[in-house]
Design a protein around this ligand. Structure first.
Ligand code: AMP
Length: 275
């Protein structure tokens, strides 16, 4: 496995790949099985799989956890190696953001004026900046993102479409732990009391899943079913929307999703259900 720490190293590695198909998995490290499932999908579908590990400062707000975001590079590299990753890109902030006054990207209003976008000012602009830089440097054919970050996935798809980028964006299913809590690098912030509270989120998802199997299609009823399970938590949002993130009355298969975000102590947890 190649460990590429500079843009020059990445470029010469990339030039050596010639006609190979390249899969790319961007991450912020603190890797878990969710990340590994993206890597595994990339390995299945490409000759070469490149993973980036970079805690991107431009997507964190001033009062967010950038400095204490979990970092464990040695363990991450070991996991990448075991998973058969071809190369890991570990750029420095200085090299990735050489100018303090650079071209920035503004995501579309309708996808950012709600949910994570309205609660985390500038977050998606920072995500698009770093992802576009990676796309331009790595030039992947396929890039893998988790459905867990549903709004992010939809905004990245929109960027690729609007800017005519020749990259397939592949959304991958949410990986969960043995208690069905969605895996997240931030789960390590949860002590056992907080973790037990967090299990109300997968209960809400299970309730919704059952209701849908029972042919429930009314979006408001589905939200109520989820909220009933979340009643002891600080819920930021729990809404059924379409793929433009607009509220809907009736769910449609493959065209609707339930988005959930809750706060437990100082940790925000996201989950969702794609109908
Ligand atoms: P992060 O390191 O948190 O930026 O996540 C890197 C990628 O892994 C993103 O595309 C996430 O959506 C994805 N991801 C994070 N958690 C999960 C999970 N539990 N299941 C599937 N994908 C995930």
């Amino acid at each position: 496995m190649f460990i590429l720490k500079t843009i020059d190293e990445l470029k010469s590695y990339r030039n050596s790949l010639e006609n190979k198909t390249i899969g790319f998995v961007p991450t912020m490290g603190a890797l878990h099985k969710g990340h590994l499932s993206l890597i595994s999908k990339s390995k299945e579908q490409n000759d070469v799989s490149i993973v980036s590990i970079f805690v991107n400062p431009t997507q964190f707000g001033e009062n967010e956890d950038f400095s204490k975001y979990p970092r464990n590079i040695n363990k991450d590299l070991e996991l990448c190696k075991i998973s058969g990753v071809s190369a890991v890109f570990l750029p420095s902030t200085e090299e990735l953001y050489p100018s303090s006054d650079e071209v920035i990207l503004i995501p579309p209003k309708n996808l950012t004026n709600k949910f994570e976008g309205s609660l985390r000012d500038g977050h998606f602009s920072g995500v698009l900046r770093v992802v576009l830089k990676f796309f331009n440097l790595i030039k992947p054919h396929n890039a893998y993102f988790g459905k867990k970050d549903a709004q992010q996935l939809l905004i990245i798809k929109k960027m690729v479409n609007d800017l005519f980028l020749d990259i397939n964006i592949i959304g991958c299913p949410i990986l969960r732990d043995s208690n069905n809590l969605a895996l997240s690098s931030r789960n390590i912030y949860l002590d056992s009391t907080a973790y037990n509270k967090a299990l109300q989120i997968p209960k809400a998802i299970e309730g919704v899943s059952k209701a849908v199997l029972g042919k429930e299609i009314n979006a408001r009823v589905i939200e109520k079913i989820a909220l009933k399970e979340l009643k002891e938590l600080d819920v930021d949002y729990c809404n059924v929307v379409d793929l433009n993130l607009d509220s809907i009355e009736v769910i449609k298969e493959k065209e609707s999703l339930l988005l959930i975000a809750v706060r437990i102590d100082n940790t925000r947890l996201l989950d969702n259900f794609w109908f």
